[in-house]
Design a binder for this molecule. Structure first.
Ligand SMILES: NC(=O)C1=CN([C@@H]2O[C@H](COP(=O)(O)OP(=O)(O)OC[C@H]3O[C@@H](n4cnc5c(N)ncnc54)[C@H](OP(=O)(O)O)[C@@H]3O)[C@@H](O)[C@H]2O)C=CC1
Ligand SMILES: CC(C)(CO)C(=O)C(=O)O
Length: 331
């Protein structure tokens, strides 16, 4: 299977390593020091189940790679407009494009059904650039549980002991293209399953992000340190409760004890990726990760006072750092 990972950072690097280990014909699109390092020394993934050292083809220009069976987009969400403008040469008539990103994805209301069918998510795709160019029919949803960072160019550190990738068609079907991609990941040691309800998986993961990322941006510390404080922990449990109510109002009830979710985050000495962005001076996923679920909460009439307060403060931090511009509707 010919797969291109678009954006070989923390998550993309991890996934490229897994695909290469499993024998897929994998290439990566990267840039800057990351591209130079992968070309010079290959890609190293330091993971609990064993280190991986592979040499995928690495390019800056999609035209050098040509049409793929599958493209897996692993950039941050604010980069998706650039991805959409550049991706053309990778797309043949049947190429799928999987988006492994946190937050409410741009394709969320495609094949959703009901009154919301076809609604757009402006926080994830301003101006519908991705929707209009790549188009929702190619889209496969991706939800990943894996805590990763790039300690030096070409090296991916995986902090989480267990990892999991969920892939799902927006219409819930078990398509051949999704099964083939999941098989390629599994062959590289990445637990991966095909989900019949990827939107529920989006919410289950998002609730974790909503409860750990805003507080860590404010403390600027990893989750273990941040959650050592009982008051912060209690606020995070409140955020989980508010987020569970939003998910339920969206028709995607998610189970599990709120405290347990925070206990799991508290085990990891990992800085959430949005904090990594703040520290590295990269655009922050405030809109798709935080503002979109808050807008949906307002539309459904679900109160989320603690989450709203934390997000308002995070937006100020991100704005002050020049890494986020608030849109008019966020107030
Ligand atoms: N890191 C983590 O632990 C987790 C992250 N996630 C989610 O996964 C997604 C990816 O996050 P993460 O891997 O951390 O992000 P990273 O910033 O580590 O990686 C994104 C990579 O994409 C590259 N990139 C961006 N635009 C382009 C482009 N036009 N051409 C080529 N390369 C490009 C970036 O390059 P450059 O650095 O030069 O901008 C970077 O190397 C996000 O939605 C995040 O929320 C989900 C679970 C955990
Ligand atoms: C913290 C983690 C691993 C889970 O919430 C994550 O998704 C991120 O770093 O963005």
């Amino acid at each position: 299977m010919k797969v291109c990972i678009f954006g070989a950072g923390a998550i993309g690097g991890h996934l490229a390593g897994r695909l290469a280990k499993g024998g897929a014909e994998v290439s990566v699109l990267a840039r800057g020091a990351q591209l130079a390092a992968i070309r010079a020394k290959g890609l190293r993934v330091l993971a609990a189940d064993g280190d991986i050292h592979v040499h995928p083809r690495a390019e800056a220009d999609p035209a050098a790679l040509g049409p793929q069976d599958a493209v897996v987009v692993c950039t941050k969400v604010p980069a998706l407009g650039d991805v959409a403008r550049a991706i053309g040469p990778l797309l043949g008539p049947e190429t799928s494009v999987t988006f492994v990103t946190n937050g409410i994805p741009w394709w969320y209301f495609h094949a959703h059904g009901g009154a919301e069918e076809g609604q757009r998510v402006p926080e994830a795709d301003p101006g519908d650039v991705v929707w209009d160019s790549i188009g929702p029919k190619r889209a496969i949803g991706g939800v990943i549980y894996s805590a990763c960072s790039v300690p030096e160019p070409g090296v991916i550190e995986v902090t989480s002991r267990t990892n999991k990738l969920l892939l799902g068609e927006p219409d819930g079907s078990r398509s051949d293209r999704t099964v083939a991609l999941a098989t390629a990941f599994k062959q590289g040691g990445m637990p991966c399953s095909v989900s019949a309800d990827i939107r529920s998986d989006v919410w289950a993961k998002l609730i974790t992000n909503l409860s750990n990322a805003p507080v860590c941006v404010l403390t600027r510390r990893h989750m273990q340190d941040t959650f050592a404080d009982a008051v912060v922990r209690e606020a995070a449990v409140t955020v989980v409760r508010e987020s569970l109510a939003i998910a339920a109002a969206m028709g995607r009830p998610v189970g599990g004890a709120p405290e347990e979710r925070i206990n799991q985050s508290a085990q990891l000495a990992h800085k959430p990726s949005i904090l990594q962005d703040l520290e590295a001076g990269r655009p922050m996923e405030v809109d798709s990760l935080f503002q979109a679920p808050l807008r949906l909460a307002r539309e459904k009439g679900v109160p989320a006072p603690t989450l709203s307060l934390l997000v308002a403060m995070v937006a100020q931090v991100a704005e002050a750092a020049g890494l986020y511009r608030r849109s008019a509707q966020d107030g």
